[in-house]
Write a protein that binds this ligand. Sequence first.
Ligand code: 58G
Length: 248
Amino acid sequence: MRIDVVALFPQAVQVFCETSMIGRAAAAGLVEFGFWNLRDYAQDARRTVDDRPYGGGPGMVLMAGPLVAAIRAARARQPAARVAYLSPQGALLDHGAVMELSRRSGLILVAGRYEGIDERVVESEIDEEWSIGSYVLSGGEAAAAVVIDAVVRQLPGALGHEDSAREDSFVEGLLDCGHYTRPPVFEGRKVPEVLLSGDHGRIRRWRLMQSLGRTWLRRPDLLAGRKLTVEEETLLEEFKREYRGLRS
Ligand code: 58G
């Protein structure tokens, strides 16, 4: 997969892409990156990329000229890729969207700054608009980094341990269970006995019960859109019984 990033501060995203899991995926040739600095596409001697908003109001807007030139340069490098703008006005990125993006051969991400980008660029150059959550960031670079992390870890071979991405939270539409490592007792808190039992059937059922219970407590919206199996119903009922027992 190839990912190009168009931004005023592409170095911020680049450092992130050279680190840890993403850096290893790039070194292994699973993903290739290109970074395009808006400043390099400014069209005056002062290298101006922003200007005041028509109609008045606070802040600045990224100008159409430099942005379109930078996007077209990135497009020339991968003509088939769709151009995605990260903004609070975009469709909310969820696990399903990440999986869809990860199956593409390329993507061009556009990060805005200030009050956003000239709307005519959205009309002429942007193919899709994504939001990583319902809040505002001062720059789209952090959102681009989030999208890249979520997408790259889904590329086959990126995680080393291939079960990790599959067994993760959300893959089955449920939240993840808790995880424990050594020591077996930390500040008086014991690792749940079942995890030390070596009984893989019991361990699997306990983890599924924890996932169902946490989803029921924290994200009931996820359970509403999901038909539970008979085993899942039984495990969730057991969790609820224990939970009510603990509270009363
Ligand atoms: C309002 C404010 C509109 C992505 C800022 C546009 C980007 C949040 C997200 C902007 C972002 C998100 C300028 C800075 C986009 C531009 C960027 N904020 N929730 N901010 O994915």
